[in-house]
Ligand binder design. Structure first.
Ligand SMILES: Cc1cc2nc3c(=O)[nH]c(=O)nc-3n(C[C@H](O)[C@H](O)[C@H](O)COP(=O)(O)OP(=O)(O)OC[C@H]3O[C@@H](n4cnc5c(N)ncnc54)[C@H](O)[C@@H]3O)c2cc1C
Length: 484
């Protein structure tokens, strides 16, 4: 067993947290309260909390796609293959490069729109299902090319997984979905945001690392080296295995659990690398992720541009943090586009003559072609029916690829309880649920923190009530309490 768990949490039914806002799920499923003993925390209560539950969101069913064991870039290629020249696919899971990102979604939308443009007459009516980055990018290109385009969106807003909150609870726009431009060197998303008046800042990849006891420590590379070694070993195997299996079978799973002077063991550093690297970038645990296509896996010659996350080869040294509102990109794209919100598409029926869409309310809509951008998790959920059924290659791809989970918590405090100026915090030891934090104070002047919880930790916390979720977040922050 690679990951060891310290169960820190219990119920906090007595907590009356001030302005607790709900999760992002439009139709939230009941979140049962977890029972147990409250864990006291010395971290002050925040003024405001906002949490997400992307797996519970019926129109996302997860945060971003990843390469599950056995999945290959060919699955993404199969998923983006047009069907009968009527049904076209876009969305981050179909991206040729940088799947799982905003720019991957944009690229996929532009690619699908170009495919439509290559065969559609100018007089045709095109529907786009989904008003996220992929859908609006496709629609923008098609509208500008002169097509009659209608975008149908299930939510009551555009943006999809890009979900910027701008309200009185927060001193600046907060992002419930992506915050970073996790881009290749070639993206111009940051420049577009600047033109739109939405700031993004260079963000450090150097974290201040603390033990659970609050000691600042330097990263011991032993964990990252074990993972890298396992990936090299896996690349030479005859078949794909999980990263967890690769770590064990390559002989890297037996790191010592004996703690050193700082109270951290080599095994803790392995857990740290998986928690702050793999889980945050894929939303999945080492038992689920392909060792052939995990982040950092040696690129194989036939997958250099197409690997899931995968494609971290040309990732920039410095990511950018968006603090001025990611959704301004979507608002700009949607200008003068016919977007019908609060309409769930339940059936895509297609034949040689065209496409008929059935909407949740029972109406139907006839178009010549459709671009489907709904997330992989929703496709896996079979919430959208295709008639005739999608070809086997598409169904195989939908089943093979994975949908990871990354959730966020935003906390606004009256004043900072921490004394470090570091913008990026991580925790080693004890499997904290929130292993990574962004300190917005040095970036915005506001005592606001953003924490992330991923993979199985996110699955477990998604079942927590808001009070219990907050206790988990505050417990994870204890290492950053300023000394009295
Ligand atoms: C918490 C989190 C953090 C992230 N962090 C980053 C980051 O820092 N950097 C980065 O680049 N990427 C990040 N991502 C990933 C990024 O947000 C996505 O890759 C990208 O936004 C996906 O865009 P899309 O258009 O493919 O899908 P979506 O934005 O999900 O759009 C699909 C649309 O389809 C709609 N839809 C679903 N079902 C139906 C239906 N039946 N009928 C009609 N409409 C339907 C949905 O409501 C949605 O609007 C993050 C994602 C999450 C959740």
């Amino acid at each position: 067993m690679i990951t060891r768990r310290t169960l820190l949490l219990g119920t906090a039914s007595g907590l009356s947290v001030l302005a607790l806002a709900g999760c992002t799920t439009p139709e939230p499923e009941p979140t049962p309260s977890v029972t147990g003993t409250p864990t006291p925390t010395l971290v002050p209560q925040p003024l405001t909390m906002r949490r997400t539950n992307w797996a519970g969101d019926a129109f996302a069913r997860g945060s971003f796609s990843f390469a599950a064991v056995g999945a290959t870039p060919e699955h993404r290629a199969a998923l983006r293959e047009p069907v009968a020249d009527r049904v076209f696919f876009a969305g981050e899971a179909t991206a040729i490069s940088e799947p799982g990102t905003v720019q991957g979604a944009r690229e996929s939308g532009l690619r699908a729109a170009a495919e439509v443009e290559a065969i559609a007459d100018q007089s045709e009516r095109i529907a786009v299902i989904g008003a996220g980055m992929a859908g609006l990018s496709a629609a923008r290109l098609l509208v500008d090319a002169g097509y009659d385009v209608i975008v149908i969106e299930a939510r009551d807003r555009t943006g999809g997984r890009i979900d910027t909150v701008t309200d009185a609870d927060w001193p600046f726009p907060i992002e419930l979905g992506p915050s970073f431009i996790r881009s290749s060197a070639t993206t111009d998303l940051d420049e577009q945001l600047t033109v739109l008046g939405a700031a993004s800042l260079e963000f450090t990849t150097e974290a201040e690392v603390r033990t659970r006891a609050g000691t600042v420590v330097a990263v011991d590379p032993v964990g990252a080296e074990a993972v890298a070694d396992a990936l090299v070993w896996a690349a030479d195997q005859a078949r794909d295995v999980s990263l967890e299996r690769a770590i064990v079978d390559s002989g890297n799973g037996t790191l010592s659990t004996t703690v050193g002077d700082t109270g951290v063991s080599p095994a803790d550093w392995l857990d740290y690398d998986l928690a702050t690297g793999l889980k945050v970038t894929t939303g999945a645990g080492p038992g689920e992720v392909s060792a052939w296509y995990a982040p950092g896996a040696p690129a194989t010659s036939d997958t250099s541009t197409d690997a899931n996350t995968d494609a971290t080869e040309d990732a920039p040294a410095v990511p950018r943090l968006v603090i001025g509102g990611y959704r301004s990109l979507l608002d700009d794209l949607a200008t003068d586009i016919d977007v019908v919100t609060s309409n769930v598409v339940t059936l895509v029926a297609y034949d040689d003559d065209g496409v008929s869409l059935r909407l949740g309310a029972g109406e139907s809509l006839s178009v010549d072609r459709v671009v489907v951008t709904i997330p992989l998790g929703v496709l896996q959920d079979e919430a959208l029916e295709f008639s005739p059924a999608l070809p086997f290659a598409h169904r195989g791809a939908i089943a093979a690829l994975g949908m990871g989970v990354l959730d966020k918590v935003w906390l606004r405090f009256d004043e900072a309880f921490w004394s470090t100026d570091a913008p990026l915090w991580t925790i080693v030891g004890g499997d904290p649920d929130f292993a990574v934090w962004v300190n917005l104070l040095p970036l915005t002047g506001e005592p606001v923190l953003m924490g992330v919880v991923a993979a199985e930790n996110a699955d477990r916390l998604s079942q927590f009530s808001d009070d219990d979720f907050l206790v988990a977040a505050l417990s994870a922050l204890e290492p950053f309490l300023a000394a009295p």
